[in-house]
Design a protein around this ligand. Structure first.
Ligand code: HEM
Ligand code: HEM
Length: 191
């Protein structure tokens, strides 16, 4: 029954190197951005400015990589959970992953929207200019609130996600964590 959740997709037997690379690059960038934004609050003006300038470029990178990743996942599918996975666990996992895709796109999109009404030009790591969205002050204000709320919701979801990964590894003792780790020798596909 749990597998009915996956039937619409093609079923690879493991995550590809591209999916694994995108997962971890995006995870590191998101965590760096949360830490950076919090560190900027306690920093002096100049340091805060430098951190937030990197924050915006990192965030825009997350937006682009997440769209690539979503496209990759839609085109290539994802491996099924082990058959022994309880149905409630499969549902929580699917819901968490779906919510993550929403946050990975909505958080930077809200950030981009919120700074688009401001006076400062946007650029990507000082290398090239990044266009601003044609938004009103009101929409930018709404996007600011959304950015903060959604960013902290992402952190909450991350706690659940890591707990899930550890449950699979330590309690279920299945391959769910190791199949998302780079450089781990994978078993011969069996399904
Ligand atoms: C991976 C994507 C991103 C994450 C996880 C993220 C996360 C955060 C967090 C946690 C805060 C601190 C909120 C607070 O304590 O008030 C913040 C603030 C901020 N973010 Fe992002 N952000 C991302 C992308 C972006 C992007 C793409 C932009 C703009 C292009 C942006 C612009 C800002 C700005 C200007 C603030 C300061 C807001 C303020 O002064 O209240 N962020 N972000
Ligand atoms: C903000 C950081 C993170 C985000 C946004 C994130 C997001 C996701 C998403 C969307 C998936 C679904 C698979 C896919 O479509 O590629 C996934 C799978 C996975 N993640 Fe994360 N992840 C993050 C951090 C972590 C961390 C720190 C761990 C380590 C404990 C982890 C372990 C896993 C594992 C083991 C899977 C495979 C689950 C399965 O096979 O069903 N993730 N992650």
């Amino acid at each position: 029954m749990a597998n009915a959740l996956h039937d619409r997709h093609k079923r690879p037997s493991s995550y590809s190197s591209i999916a694994i690379a995108l997962h971890w690059i995006i995870a590191v960038l998101i965590i760096a951005n949360v830490i950076g934004a919090l560190a900027a609050e306690g920093a002096d003006r100049q340091t805060a400015g430098q951190i937030m300038s990197a924050h915006k470029s990192i965030g825009l990178t997350v937006l682009v990589l997440s769209l690539v990743r979503l496209g990759w996942r839609l085109a290539h599918g994802f491996p099924p959970l082990p058959a022994s996975t309880p149905r409630w666990d499969a549902i929580v996992a699917r819901t968490t992953h779906f919510a993550f895709y929403f946050f990975m796109i909505a958080v930077p999109l809200a950030g981009w929207t919120m700074v688009s009404a401001g006076p400062r030009p946007l650029e990507w790591f000082g290398l090239f200019g990044w266009p601003k969205l044609p938004v009103s002050e009101a929409l930018a204000g709404f996007a600011h609130d959304a950015h903060v709320i959604l960013a902290f919701s992402t952190v909450g979801l991350l706690v659940l996600h890591v707990a899930g990964a550890l449950k699979h590894h330590l309690i279920d003792r299945d391959e769910v964590l190791s199949r998302m780790l780079p450089l781990v020798r994978r078993k011969t596909p069996t399904d």
